[in-house]
Design a protein around this ligand. Structure first.
Ligand code: TMP
Ligand code: ASP
Length: 236
């Protein structure tokens, strides 16, 4: 029987607890929402439940596709047992359609399809505002090894291929998303963190209506409804 022990960490959207098993931790999803590195704060009622359940559902599907993840077992609507990993300090962003910071940086309208899938990396460091880095920076700074980076890029593209198809089947365009990877005690790279409306841009494929955290970031209203709608499409 897995027992919840002391809190190890509190992030912007989740808390992490130790357990009686040294290889497992419990993640607890909050309704707290932040944007722009914490400059904007709020709550999205029910978000923790949506993100926990959606992320678990997708990670189970990805495991069946042969993608190793940290997911172990859903414990309740907000809590999940996951493998204890050390997080590779990179935000791995995958883009299928231009939006957000890419549209701004390159001056291309939101909604422009990318002719090839784009991967970007940001160094996870709140004090530096998660600066974008490339493969050379990552290896020079030893954020991970070359072998690990190869695995991460390979897995990110494989995850994208699966998710694009999956979301298309529920009439959602997967515009872009952010992944994080972790390393288990035996050195294996696994998908960690979450896949949810907090970390993905989801557009209704017919109306192009935004069904994700951009509604909160951009003060568009209808935030809770968007999360509920995504939960309904994914989990029925
Ligand atoms: P961006 O266009 O702001 O760079 O965001 C790209 C994708 O990454 C988008 O789906 C939102 C997600 N994202 C996060 O999950 N966390 C973050 O801190 C940022 C900046 C983006
Ligand atoms: N989660 C990030 C923050 O709080 C950014 C974002 O999702 O926009 O800063």
């Amino acid at each position: 029987m897995l027992e919840k022990k002391e809190q190890l960490y509190e992030g912007k959207a989740k808390k992490v607890f130790a357990t009686n098993d040294p290889d497992l931790v419990i993640v607890s999803y909050k309704d707290d929402a932040t944007a722009f590195n914490g400059a904007k704060k709020g709550t999205i009622a029910g978000k923790g439940v949506v993100n926990n359940r959606m992320s678990n559902f997708l990670m189970e599907k990805l495991e069946k596709e042969g993608i190793p993840t940290h997911y172990v077992k859903e414990l309740s609507e907000r809590e999940t047992a996951v493998k204890k990993v050390s997080i590779v300090p990179l935000e791995v962003i995958v883009r299928n359609i231009a939006a957000g910071s890419l549209s701004k940086r390159l001056g291309i309208p939101e909604g422009t399809p990318m002719k090839r899938t784009v991967i970007e990396y940001c160094y996870k460091c709140d004090a530096l505002d998660d600066p974008m880095v490339n493969e050379y920076h990552i290896l020079a700074m030893e954020y991970c090894t070359e072998e690990e980076l190869k695995t991460i890029a390979y897995l990110a593209l494989k995850i994208n291929a699966f998710l694009v198809k999956y979301f298309a089947s529920i009439n959602v365009e997967l515009v872009d998303f952010k992944l994080e990877f972790g390393k288990t005690r035996d050195g294996k790279i696994v998908l960690a963190d979450e896949i949810s409306p907090d970390t993905c841009r989801f557009w209704d494929a017919t109306t192009h209506e935004k069904l994700d955290k951009d509604r909160f970031r951009r003060d568009m209203g209808g935030v809770e409804d968007a999360y509920r709608e995504m939960m309904k499409r994914v989990l029925g």
